[in-house]
Design a protein around this ligand. Structure first.
Ligand SMILES: Nc1nc2c(ncn2[C@@H]2O[C@H](COP(=O)(O)OP(=O)(O)OP(=O)(O)O)[C@@H](O)[C@H]2O)c(=O)[nH]1
Ligand SMILES: [Mg+2]
Length: 199
C-alpha cells in the first residue's frame, strides 16, 4: 500500500453511543440499525488525500474501535449519545482517561454529540454540549451515522489538528513512530531538517 503517512485515530465513548456505526459510515458509507456490541478490538481503514501547504499527501487512516486503551493513538473521536444523558456525563471521565493514557497531556480530541437525527428523543441540548466543549478546549460537532451528518467533517477536523501537531513537533511525531510509520515520520523529520538548513 502506498501512502505518505499512517495516522492512527481512536474512537471512544460509552457502549451503544454509536462508535462502530460512526466508523462504518465513514469507511463504507452504510448504516445498520441492529446493535451488535463490539467485542475486543476492531479497526477500519481508509486512505484519503490531504492538502497541506499546497502539497497533496496520501494519508492512510487506521480508525480503532475499542473499549480498551490504545495508548499510541494520535487523535481521538469522543462520542456521546445525544439521547442518553449518562453518556454525556461520562465524557468528563473519558477525557481524563485519554489524558492519562495518551502520548500527550493535551491530546487532540473531537467531541461528537452523536445520533443527532433523533431530534425528538434528544436529552442533551446543543448549548450545554457546546459550552462543555469550549471549557475543555475541544472541537464539538453533532453527528449522525444514519444521515451521515458531519461524519466526514469530524474526521477532517481531527486530522487537521493531528497534522498540525505533527508538523510543529517532530518530537511528538517521533514518539508516535513505530514500525512502518517510523519510515514516514523519518521522511517528515528529514523534510523539517531541510527547512531549518540555510544552505
Ligand atoms: N438513529 C441513530 N441510531 C444510531 C446512530 N449511530 C448508531 N446508532 C444505533 O445505535 C446502536 C449502537 O450503535 P453501535 O455503533 O453498535 O454502538 P457502539 O458505540 O459501537 O457500542 P459498543 O460496541 O457496545 O461500544 C445501534 O443500534 C445503531 O444502529 C445514529 O447516528 N442515529
Ligand atoms: Mg461497537
Amino acid at each position: 500500500m502506498d501512502y505518505d503517512y499512517l495516522i492512527k485515530l481512536l474512537c471512544v465513548g460509552d457502549s451503544g453511543v454509536g462508535k462502530t456505526s460512526f466508523l462504518y459510515k465513514y469507511t463504507d458509507g452504510v448504516f445498520h440499525t441492529q446493535f451488535i456490541s463490539t467485542v475486543g478490538i476492531d479497526f477500519r481503514e481508509k486512505t484519503v488525500i490531504y492538502q497541506q501547504n499546497g502539497r497533496q499527501h496520501r494519508i492512510h487512516l487506521q480508525l480503532w474501535d475499542t473499549a480498551g486503551q490504545e495508548r499510541d493513538a494520535m487523535g481521538f473521536l469522543l462520542l456521546f449519545d445525544l439521547t442518553n444523558e449518562a453518556s454525556f456525563l461520562e465524557v468528563r471521565n473519558w477525557i481524563e482517561q485519554l489524558k492519562t493514557h495518551s502520548l500527550s497531556d493535551d491530546p487532540d480530541i473531537v467531541l461528537c454529540g452523536h445520533k443527532c437525527d433523533l431530534q425528538e428523543k434528544r436529552l442533551v441540548n446543543q448549548n450545554r454540549a457546546r459550552e462543555f466543549a469550549k471549557n475543555h478546549n475541544l472541537a464539538y460537532l453533532e453527528t449522525s451515522a444514519k444521515t451521515g451528518q458531519n461524519i466526514d467533517r469530524a474526521i477532517d477536523i481531527l486530522l487537521d489538528r493531528v497534522m498540525y501537531r505533527m508538523e510543529h513537533s517532530v518530537e511528538y511525531a517521533m514518539l508516535c513512530a513505530s514500525g512502518r510509520r517510523r519510515q514516514s515520520l523519518q521522511k517528515l523529520q528529514a523534510r523539517q531538517e531541510r527547512k531549518i538548513c540555510t544552505c
